[in-house]
Design a protein around this ligand. Sequence first.
Ligand SMILES: [Zn+2]
Length: 477
Amino acid sequence: MAEARLPSRAENFSEWYNQLVLRAELADYAPVRGCMIVRPYGWALWENLQSALDLRFKATGHVNAAFPMLIPKSFLEREKDHVEGFSPQLAVVTIGGGEVLEEPLVVRPTSETIIGHMYSKWIKSYRDLPVLINLWNSVLRWEIRTKLFLRTSEFFWQEGHTAHATEGEAVHETLQMLDIYADVLENEAAVPVVRGRKSESEKFAGAKDSYSVEGMMGDTRALQAATSHNLGQNFARAFEIRYLDRDNQQQFCWTTSWGLSTRVIGAIIMVHGDDQGLILPPRLAPHQVVIVPIHRNDAERSSVQEAVARLRQQLSAYRVRIDDREGLTPGYKFNDAELRGVPLRIEVGPKDVAQGTVTLARRDRPGREGKSAVPQDGLEGHVAAALEDIQRSLFDRALAFQKAHTHEPRSYEEFKEVVQGGWALAWWCGETECEAAVKEETKATTRNIPLDQPGGRGVCIHCGKPAAERALWARSY
Ligand SMILES: [Zn+2]
């Protein structure tokens, strides 16, 4: 299947992305428009991301549970902003078992409402708090314009839902989960992010405050990689989630929710990939190492295979694939491993066997520069060092790119120019109408209001009114 090259990333970023997702066998289009099939290679990447998150969720006291996919439609109507926000995107089930249902059911677009319903039953006293539950599931939000991983009607994610006795605990939880997302994105996915609070127009429907982590993709557009919401007492009041405090007084709980989805796979593709294909961060790559045996005849084959079997033993701590498929040239296998973004390739030929060496090739440094010959003895040490260095290099490169394309414009004229090819950090008055006008004129919106603020005060980049905070502005996915 010698296919044509990928479209160039620089020339057509969007088409490069679409074709790469398909050709690397990460995902495919489903028969139902807007839905996505995640193929085994893509799912393996997601599983590694899941593990990294799940470990951190559990280390901070959270537990997993499962909730149903169908929710009574009336539940969504109890929180006014929530139903307004989600109504246009709902899929509604009206017939079940051939009968028209008495009450229509929605396919969950998110689970705050059914969680609220159940928490009101389960939580009675301050002794029951906090409740810290996470769900790994999929949700459905009808989308018109879709793109694999980035925007599909059904997507896979985790949604955390917690209930607390005090506002302070809920705020702490919201920010703690934001930090966990930033940690996983930066240290596992090698995607640098900016933490911040969402503006009124960008926040979650029904939240008091929403926070996000935003990453810069390879075309300089921003991608919201995860969100964490302080729901205040909005859902607690709508669903009567109450507890008896130490003085035997009824109190409403304070709740939060937070989520990260398979969108992050889209971010990994767009941040690290190149014209040859994916470049996966070693900590998440389904295969960290691919070994390609090279031989021309039976005698060479047996000695090479013997060496490869020994090397696999040495590398038992790593996710290793041996590409011993018959009838394919080494060159084909190299290209295939590059397309799939395997961080490290090990070539083993007869000459290597004779000399007790192998050739290492780094995916992040194409051509000769990324190649080195190392001894078979102690190979695991070289592999460990190389994978660690690739992980760090990918992050450093992405961070340098983000910094180089983040501007601090001093006038609206300059602002309009820089947001066409980057991010702008600029003072903002905080008014929704002002933000909408900027969006209308430039297609850029506030991605978030970074937690990291310079201090002092300024004037709004658009309307000139006094501004207390700087916002991060960008065109986004
Ligand atoms: Zn303004």
